[in-house]
Design a protein around this ligand. Structure first.
Ligand code: PEP
Ligand code: MN
Length: 336
């Protein structure tokens, strides 16, 4: 059960509500987000919603029986929209394109990528500076210095930044330089990281785990929301299956299902979802048709020279073609 509290709630009203919940053997978790104060309640017996709804200080009350509550569409029917400022919005009817290199490699590559994004009217650039790599001997990113360089150029160009954060201690270091914290597939269930991101106001994109279920992804989002941050996006990036013909199996089913189960924006990552450059545009378009609120993909000025994931990065020419095809398709999609 979710209780949304009145913004003008007094402390005595709050303690009366807590006492009432205690009396009916419900445990209540206080969640104070950017915009609202909630009580997430768990109890063995269903509560009398009408009685709770009449308590002074209660704005409204909803029955939600899922393991995830705050991210569920069962209580919030309006779709969440993320507002990054400067007219950059994600979800709730705004289809977002986020593109860029897998890793931030050097200044020239940042400049070239920004020029490409500007020409396509893409407002959000991706690029990892802390890279989770299977081998410790491969390029693992430029770290904080790389992020500062990334930030300087994006700020001057009016481009927003999405980049991966791997551990709780990096959140504060990275905070001022990012617009969206990306939680990678290897960290979907890094609960300490999710809890830390719950304390922030910045947007968070959570990728589905390598072998993660839809329910696990939603519960990861619940960690962030229940920590106090409502600005969350879910991302389907393919799952590991028995099929070795491509890097991952992009689970297109996940898109309409996540949109049904949750009010959060759903983003598709066709680059990691396929691992094969020539398949990226088709899967990006399929995701838009399936109802995605945006796509996150890799594009590189010279994919064959990329320090990571060049095999799945589009050239700028291919990226421009994809954007044109998407623009033509979007009027026929229904991302809201
Ligand atoms: C990435 O976006 O470059 C990345 C590492 O993605 P994932 O966590 O989905 O593997
Ligand atoms: Mn990558």
């Amino acid at each position: 059960m979710i209780i949304r509290l009145d913004p003008a709630l007094s402390t005595s009203q709050l303690s009366h509500i807590h006492q009432t919940l205690k009396d009916i053997h419900h445990t209540a978790h206080d969640v104070q987000t950017q915009s609202t104060h909630y009580l997430v309640c768990m109890g063995k017996m269903p509560a009398d919603l009408r009685r709770i709804g009449l308590l002074p200080g209660v704005a409204d009350v909803h029955a939600v029986a899922d393991a995830y509550q705050l991210v569920s569409s069962k209580w919030k029917t309006a779709r969440t929209q993320i507002d990054l400022g400067d007219g950059v919005k994600i979800g709730g009817g705004h289809f977002a394109i986020m593109a860029g290199t897998c890793s931030i490699e050097n200044e020239e590559q940042i400049v070239q990528t920004i020029a490409h994004l500007k020409a396509q009217d893409i407002r959000i650039m991706r690029g990892g500076v802390f890279k989770p790599r299977s081998s410790p001997y491969t390029f693992r990113g430029l770290g904080l210095e790389g992020l500062q360089l990334f930030y300087q150029h994006c700020k001057a160009a009016g481009i927003k930044i999405i980049t991966e954060v791997m551990q709780p201690a990096q959140v504060a270091q990275m905070h001022d330089y990012v617009d969206i914290f990306q939680v990678g597939a290897r960290n979907t269930q890094n609960f300490n990281l999710l809890a830390e991101l719950g304390q922030q106001h910045k947007a968070v994109l959570i990728k589905r785990g390598m072998s993660g279920t839809i329910e696990e992804l939603l519960q990861s989002a619940e960690y962030v929301f229940s920590g106090g941050n409502e600005n969350i996006m879910l991302c389907e990036r393919g799952i590991r299956t028995f099929e070795p013909a491509y890097r991952n199996t992009f689970d297109i089913n996940a898109i309409p299902l996540l949109k049904e189960k949750s009010h959060l924006p759903v983003i598709a990552d066709p680059s990691h979802g396929t691992g094969i450059r020539r398949m990226v545009p088709q899967i990006a378009l399929a995701a838009a048709i399936a109802g995605a609120d945006g796509i996150l993909y890799e594009t590189h000025p010279e994919p064959e020279k990329a320090l990571s994931d060049g095999h799945q990065s589009l050239s700028h020419e291919e990226s421009a073609q994809l954007v044109a095809r998407l623009q033509a398709l979007l009027p026929f999609c229904n991302p809201a």
